[in-house]
Design a binder for this molecule. Structure first.
Ligand code: HQG
Length: 183
């Protein structure tokens, strides 16, 4: 099935709000917020058609709830997933005993040597569900799921954050805190 117009707009929105605001001639503030009116003008100027109603619809129906408006809906930001350095005021939270990370087999040689790194993003992304991790891994190829000993990491002083849309985040995961599991 091809991607719908709204899927394509949503992908562009996440590119703009997480990685390349300049693609819509925008700047994000230090907390990752973009001005909604400027965002709409910026996106329309790329030849894509969007208005406030369409944007509200994308935000409301996004399956992963990737975006939030501020209280008066003049600003919008991505809840997580950034590569640019913004502080989205993530909530530090005690993790469950185990979390999961989905990756691809082709990355495993490097991951076994160096541990899990955030690569181009600000954090390593983890989930509480094995199935979600498997789906994330699939995006990169033959999926591999790593079981993360997040409780042990917490007791060893590593910080964990929980995004507004339910993604667990941490800066890095050393080799001794994960194991490959069969799924
Ligand atoms: C891997 C999606 C080599 C890492 C998802 C991953 C997620 C290493 C890839 C969110 C490595 C980075 C993030 C090392 C880690 N050597 N490879 N030392 N350490 N890697 O896309 O976690 O749809 O930046 O395993 O749902 O795949 O965008 O991260 O495979 O929550 O909202 O390097 O993106 O959400 O890939 O995905 P990514 P990710 P959205």
């Amino acid at each position: 099935m091809g991607k719908s117009k709204s899927d394509k707009l949503s992908i562009f929105l996440s590119l703009v709000l997480r990685h390349h605001p300049e693609a819509a001639n925008l700047k994000l503030d230090e907390h990752g917020w973009a001005n909604v009116d400027k965002l709409l003008v910026g996106i329309n100027n790329t030849g894509r058609k969007i208005d406030r109603t369409i944007l509200e619809e994308i935000v409301a129906t996004d399956k992963k709830q990737r975006y939030s408006f501020n209280s008066d809906r003049t600003l919008i930001r991505a809840n997580q997933g950034h590569s640019i350095s913004v502080d989205v005021e993530l909530l530090e939270q005690k993790p469950p005993e185990f979390l999961y990370h989905g990756t691809a087999s082709r990355f495993m040689e490097s991951i076994r040597k160096k541990g899990l790194k955030s690569m181009s993003r600000l954090y390593v992304h983890l989930s509480k569900d094995i199935e979600v991790a498997r789906e994330v891994g699939k995006r990169h190829g033959n999926p591999v799921v790593l079981k993360i000993h997040s409780g042990k990491m917490d007791r060893d002083g590593y910080k964990f954050y929980f995004s507004k849309n339910g993604v667990w985040l941490t800066k890095k995961v050393d080799m001794k805190y994960f194991e490959e599991i069969n799924v």
